[in-house]
Design a protein around this ligand. Sequence first.
Ligand code: TRP
Length: 394
Amino acid sequence: MIVLSGMRPTGKLHIGHLVGVLENWKELQNKYNCYFFIADYHALTDDIKIAFEIKSNTIEVLKDWLSVGIDPKKSVLFVQSKVKQHSEFHIILSMLVSISRLFRVPTYKEKVEELRKKGIETKFHLNIDEERVEHIIRSDVDFIMKTFDIEVDKQKIKDQIYRKLKGDFLELLREFMKTSIELEEIPVNAEISYGFLGYPVLQSSDILIYRANYVPIGQDQLSHLELTRELARKFNNIFGEIFPIPEPLLTEFPKVLGIDGRKMSKSYNNAIYISDDSNTIKEKLRKYYTDPQKIRKNDPGRPDICPIYYLQKIFNKEEREEIYNDCKSGKLGCVDCKLKLFNKMDKFLEPIREKREKIKEDEILNILNEGSQKARNRAEETMNLVLKSMNLEF
Ligand code: TRP
C-alpha cells in the first residue's frame, strides 16, 4: 500500500506540526510504502515571488523532518518540481474538471472572502484611527450633556458611554460598508491566479501520479481529496481502471494552541519551533496564555480550556493527572505549572535539536536527489499507463 503526503515549504516547523503531522508520518513509514514531498509549486500559488525563499525554506523543513525521525531509508523524500510528471499529469486532469466545480472548493471560497474583506477595507479607508473617533465622540457627548444640562459625575459611567458609542459606531459603519459593497461586487477574481484556482487539481496530480492508497492530511484538506477521488473515478471510467481511489488518513490530534491562545501558526507569530533553543522555549512559555480567570497563584484554574495544560497532556503524560487536579483545586500556580512543562518539553526536544544541528545542507540535497529519482520511477510508470490508456503513445 502506498501512502503519500506533502507540505508546502513555509520554513521551519513548529511543535504543532510535530505532534499533528510528523509523529503520524513516523508511524506510517514502518507500515507502508511512504512518499513524502515538498510541494514547492503549491507554495507559489499565493504569490509567485515566494520563489526566492523556496530553496532555503525547503532545507529548513527537511532538517526538521530528518531530526524528528522521518527516515530516508524507509520513506521516499523528494521535491515536487523535480518530478516533472506532477505537472504533466496536472494538464490532463485539468481537462477533467469544470471551472464551476473549482469555484465551489471551500479553500477557494475562503480566499475570495478574505480578498473581499481586504478590498472593502482599502476601498473605504476602514483603517480608521480609532483613537480620533473616540476623541471626537467624547467631546460631542460632553457637549450634548452640557446642552441638556445632564449631570454625570462619575467618570467611570461617562467612559462606559463613550466606549459603547464608539464600538457601536465602528461596527455599524463596517456593516453598512459591507452590505453596500456586496451589491456592487468587488472584482476579487481579478486578483486570484489561474494557478490558485487549480491548486486542488495539482494536488490531485501529486496523489494520483503515485497511485497512492492513503493520504494523511488534516481536516482542512479533505475537500481537496474529495476532488482527487472524483478525478480518479472519472479517469477510470473513461480510460480504464488505473487509479485506486485514495482514502484520507485523518490525524486525531486537534490543533495545538499558540502563545496567544489562538491556533499555533507561523503567520500568527505565536509558535514554538522544533528548533527553538532552551532559553527561547522558556521565554515563550513564560508569556503563554493561560486561563484568564486564574489571576492569582492559588485561584482555581480550568485546565480544560488552558493551552498549557493541553501541552502537558502531550509532553508530560506522567504528571498530567496530578497537574489537572492541582490546577483545579488552586494548589498549583501557572508559573510552577509552566516550569514543569518546560522541563519535559526541553528534554523531549533536546536530542532533536542536537541531531538537527549536525545535518549538513549537502546531505539534504543528496537525500532529495535520490528520493526524487525514486519518485520519478514510480511517476513515470503511471504516466506511461496514462498515455497508453489514452492512446497517446508516439
Ligand atoms: N495542500 C497541502 C497543504 O497545504 C499540501 C499538499 C500539496 C499535499 N499536495 C499534496 C498534501 C498532496 C497531501 C497530498 O497542507
